[in-house]
Design a protein. Structure first.
Length: 358
């Protein structure tokens, strides 16, 4: 049974509700404000349960939330040069809210984007799914089309019996538009309040990554990971190379880069992208995606003194893995581009599989 809990009132005056999903030894809490993941409770190898998703106890923590904990980001995730998107020969302008001179765009709109709105919710008890929908009018947030966004969270037992949280994001529109959604959950497999994630071991299925300019916008280069600190093709602690003498790491104060995931095919089933493991709890997270890339962010700028359970978060206390089309792809004709037209809705699927290793 999916249960609900009141969670306060949004700035718009709309009530906010938390939806609790339970399956295969896991509990996931999501809310209709921002279609946000609030908590993911899973056992370790000894059966002890911990919440491994960073966030806040109270709704008002999410009203500011520059880290975007758990939120649904869109219509345009990540950074866009000058905040401009060209569609069918017309240039559309999003908010300029990022970079040293606020010349670029980050996550569409940090005050009014999808993660700052109350979504409508429906519950499907048979599939253990909560679906959220949010509408944007033509021109709203700077982009064309009357658009309906949907995010569905389904918690089920996977083929091996491990808990799997499937996040399906989609958009339908009545005009050609641009959509590049992602989810912005931060994980700490030792527990959200356990401190740094630098000892946790990551494997990323990527032969290349996207370097950034000084203002953190993609430079346009696709750089092989071999011989760089960005090589996670074999298991490696997140902290092993994070302070290496590398110009890209210095720009971002750590990992804050999009990885070009192997094996992308449009409209294909989700493929494996990431394995993250904590050696002490032996919790393991495997992430499967349909997107061509995913942004790895090691929480280099985190700073929250009133987070869940009375704890504080500092830099590198959580890691986000944000599946997406490569950031600023609209300005690079040879990169894969998301499609969202009246005849071809946008769709992206993320599967989070939670297990333990012996």
């Amino acid at each position: 049974m999916i249960t609900t809990t009141p969670f306060g009132t949004a700035p718009s005056g709309s009530p906010v509700t938390v939806y609790n999903l339970v399956c295969a030894g896991a509990r996931v809490r999501v809310m209709d404000y921002g279609a946000t993941i609030l908590g993911i409770e899973v056992p370790d190898a000894s059966g002890d349960v911990a919440d491994i998703a960073l966030g806040f106890d109270a709704l008002d923590g999410y009203f500011d939330n520059p880290a975007c904990y758990g939120g649904t980001i869109g219509p345009s995730a990540n950074r866009t040069d000058k905040g401009q998107i060209e569609i069918a020969g017309t240039v559309y302008q999003m908010a300029c809210n990022d970079g040293p001179d606020k010349a670029n765009n980050l996550h569409t709109d940090l005050e009014h984007g999808l993660h700052k709105r109350v979504w409508n919710a429906t519950v499907d008890e048979i599939t253990n799914t909560v679906s959220f929908t949010c509408k944007l009018a033509d021109g709203e947030l700077g982009l064309p089309g009357n658009r309906t966004f949907t995010v569905a969270y389904a918690l089920q037992a996977g083929p091996t019996g491990a808990a799997e949280l499937t996040c399906t994001q989609s958009c339908v529109t009545d005009a050609d538009t641009f959509v590049n959604m992602t989810n912005h959950t931060y994980f700490n497999l030792a527990g959200h309040d356990a401190g740094t994630v630098l000892d946790q071991v990551a494997t990323i299925d990527a032969e290349a990554f996207l370097p950034q300019r000084e203002d953190n916008v993609s430079s346009g280069e696709v750089r092989p990971v071999i011989g760089t600190p960005f090589d996670f093709r074999s298991p490696k602690a997140l902290g092993r190379d994070i302070d290496a003498n590398d110009e890209q790491l210095k720009i971002a104060r750590g990992f804050d880069h999009c990885f070009c995931l192997d094996g992308y095919t449009p409209d294909a089933d989700p493929r494996h992208a990431l394995r993250l493991q904590d050696s002490n709890s032996r919790r393991t997270l495997d992430v499967f995606v349909t997107a061509p890339g995913a942004h790895l962010y090691t929480g280099n700028w985190l700073s929250d003194i009133d987070a869940k359970d009375g704890c504080s978060y500092g830099p590198r206390d959580g890691v986000a893995f944000e599946p997406e089309f490569w950031p600023d792809n609209n300005h690079h004709t040879d990169w894969a581009h998301p499609v969202c037209t009246p005849g071809h809705p946008f769709s992206s699927t993320i599967v989070y599989r939670f297990s333990t290793v012996c």
